[in-house]
Design a protein around this ligand. Structure first.
Ligand code: ZN
Ligand code: ZN
Length: 325
């Protein structure tokens, strides 16, 4: 099973400003000038290979959309602005010919998770079958509302594809092809559902958006199963640790919280997403550095206790990566 991250921003799409891009380009050109002093032949690949990735690619500006795929099935999580580009890719396949079947599971209906829906081209192709899933019982009304005039010029009734709705039961597994997904409640207003996504014995936990107010297994009760025996965790790290302490009840977490959770549950890999729209690439890297500091201190406590070090890989995820589960 694979998960491709089509959008990793939270709250609002965050395109780079011309000033910010210029600053990035100037910084890179200066460094390239230095590089040329020792590498006169001007090897661009060599320069980029030794440069931090976020400096020339950035973390991206699109909001929540994840494509889960196996050899035979596909499940899209959320319709943030990243969905537009996924739609463009799908148009190259059967969806572009009006012969596609698509499955989109909505965790909740905040703007950053629905804003890509009216720009998802397969919806406008006759012959496509689009299946929406959610725990929320007003799923159909919420999708219709996205297309309601005067917010969008094409009314819902004029969409030529066939749209189907499936309300899924909380904490009950639901199969979409060979992908099995079970929703558990997160700590987020309105509310939002985290997903345990399984295929052939491998488990991905998608826990975005969540503040994780309920930290212990006991506090989480039946929702603790979201993380149990999971291999890979995609987690909400919208804020730095300090910001999360200031923004109580804003519905988002920070990386150290996800790290603690992963260590407790023995999760192998964590990808932090839902980056704040106001966070520059440098600010996200600063959060990563603070998380590394936190992780190192945590490891010291294991050394002192003479216990084996926690075995978890983690990173702040940029848009566009594909995760092998
Ligand atoms: Zn969100
Ligand atoms: Zn939200």
């Amino acid at each position: 099973m694979k998960a491709k991250l089509w959008g990793v921003r939270g709250s609002l799409p965050a395109p780079y400003t011309p000033e910010y891009l210029e600053k990035k380009v100037r910084g890179l050109l200066q460094d390239y000038g230095e590089y040329l002093k020792d590498n006169a032949e001007g090897d661009v690949d060599g320069f980029l290979n030794q440069t931090e990735r976020h400096r020339y690619q950035g973390f991206g500006g699109h909001t929540a959309c994840v494509e889960i795929s196996t050899d035979s099935s596909q499940l899209v999580i959320d319709g943030g602005s990243g969905l537009r580009r996924l739609g463009e890719k799908m148009m190259l396949g059967p969806a572009g010919l009006g012969r596609g079947e698509m499955h989109i599971l909505m965790t909740h209906f905040h703007w950053d998770h629905i804003i890509g829906l009216p720009f998802f081209i397969p919806l406008f192709v006759p012959g496509n079958d689009i299946h929406f899933y959610a725990v929320q019982e007003d799923l159909e009304e919420r999708i219709r509302a996205v297309f309601r005039k005067p917010n969008f010029p094409v009314p819902y009734e004029a969409l030529p594809s066939k749209i189907h709705y499936h309300q899924i039961a909380a904490r009950q597994p639901k199969a979409v092809g060979d992908i099995v997904v079970t929703p558990y409640e997160l700590d987020h207003p309105d509310p939002c559902w985290g997903l345990r996504i399984e295929n052939k014995g491998r488990v991905l936990t998608y826990a975005v958006d969540t503040e994780c107010n309920r930290l212990s297994r006991k506090e989480m009760g039946e929702d603790a199963k979201l993380y149990e025996n999971s291999h890979v965790l995609i987690f909400d790290a919208q804020y730095s640790f300090l910001e999360a302490a200031e923004k109580v009840n804003w519905g988002h977490a920070s990386a150290p919280v996800g790290l603690d959770l992963a260590i407790r549950e023995g999760i192998e890999r964590v990808y932090f997403v839902h980056h704040d729209p106001a966070a520059s690439d440098e600010k996200i890297m600063k959060s990563a550095a603070q998380t590394a500091e936190y992780f190192n201190k945590l490891k010291e406590t294991y050394v002192k206790k003479n216990e084996p070090l926690p075995n978890v890989e983690w990173s702040f995820a940029p848009e566009g990566i594909t995760i092998e589960i």
